[in-house]
Design a protein around this ligand. Structure first.
Ligand SMILES: N[C@@H](CCC(=O)N[C@@H](CS)C(=O)NCC(=O)O)C(=O)O
Length: 228
C-alpha cells in the first residue's frame, strides 16, 4: 500500500522489521569487490532471500537484482532455465569461472558463505549465527511487513536497469525494494552510495533522474512505472 497517510505507518513497520533482524544488513565495504555485479534472483518477502540480502549488504557487494515475485513471468523462467528449479534466492557470479562456468548457487546459507569467502571476510550479521532462530525471526519480519513484495504486479520494464543505493536494514530502502519487486523492475543495488548521497537514492538512467528518500522514490516509481 502506498499513500502519504499510510507511509509513516509503513515506515514504522519497516523499522520494526529491522529491529527483529537486530539491525542485520549494515552496509559494509568489500575487501575485494567483484568486477561485474553479481546477479541475484529473489523476492523481497522471502525470509531466505532476506538472509542473502543481509550478507550482500554487510559485504558491501553490488548486485543486479532480478525480482521474482510469485506469479512473476519476467525473471522466474530464467531461474529454471539457468539453475534447473524455481527456488529463491538464486545467485550467479559472472566473475568466477572454475571450469569455464560462472559460479551459481541456490541456498541462502551457501550464498552468504560464498560472499564472505569470495569478496573479503566481511562481518557476518550477528543474527546469522542463531541457526533456526535466524530463520524464524526472518519470517516474523516478513509478517510484520504484511508479506509486501510477494505478488507480481508488473510494470513496463525500463530499457536500462534502475540503480538503487540503500542498505538492507534501511526502513525506507525496504519499502522501495518491495515496490521494485512487485513491479518486477530490475535494478543494480549497491548498499552504499558512491558519492555520499543520502540513502535510499534511486537513479533512473532512462529518464536521467535522481530521487532521494523513501517516500519520494515510491511516488516516482508509481508515476513513472505504473503497474500494467
Ligand atoms: N533452503 C533454502 C530455502 C529456499 C526457499 O524455500 N525459498 C522459497 C521462497 S521463501 C522458494 O523458493 N519457494 C518457491 C517459490 O517461491 O516459487 C534456502 O535457505 O535458500
Amino acid at each position: 500500500m502506498f499513500s502519504r497517510l499510510f507511509y509513516p505507518i509503513d515506515w514504522t513497520l519497516s523499522c520494526l522489521a529491522s529491529v527483529l533482524r537486530l539491525g542485520a544488513g549494515k552496509p559494509g565495504i568489500s575487501a575485494s569487490p567483484p568486477t561485474s555485479p553479481l546477479i541475484l534472483y529473489e523476492f523481497e518477502s522471502c525470509p531466505f532471500c532476506r538472509i542473502a540480502r543481509e550478507q550482500v549488504s554487510a559485504s558491501g557487494v553490488t548486485v543486479q537484482v532480478k525480482p521474482c515475485p510469485k506469479g512473476g513471468k519476467r525473471y522466474r523462467p530464467e531461474v529454471v532455465e539457468k539453475g534447473g528449479k524455481a527456488q529463491f534466492p538464486y545467485l550467479i557470479d559472472p566473475n568466477v569461472s572454475a571450469e569455464g562456468h560462472p559460479a551459481d548457487m541456490y541456498e541462502s546459507a551457501d550464498i552468504a558463505h560464498y560472499l564472505r569467502e569470495q569478496y573479503g571476510h566481511a562481518a557476518r550479521p550477528p543474527i546469522h549465527w542463531a541457526g533456526p532462530v535466524n530463520h524464524i525471526l526472518s519470517q516474523f519480519a516478513t509478517v510484520v511487513r504484511y508479506l509486501s513484495g510477494t505478488i507480481a504486479r508488473p510494470a513496463t520494464a525500463p530499457e536500462q536497469p534502475l540503480l538503487l543505493y540503500t542498505s538492507e536494514r534501511s526502513p525506507g530502502g525496504r519499502l522501495v525494494k518491495e515496490m521494485l519487486c512487485s513491479k518486477e523492475l530490475e535494478y543494480v543495488w549497491s548498499p552504499r552510495s558512491p558519492d555520499g548521497l543520502r540513502t535510499p537514492t534511486l537513479k533512473d538512467p532512462n529518464a536521467d533522474q535522481t530521487v532521494t528518500g523513501g517516500f519520494a522514490i515510491l511516488r516516482y516509481l508509481r508515476r513513472t512505472y505504473p503497474s500494467l
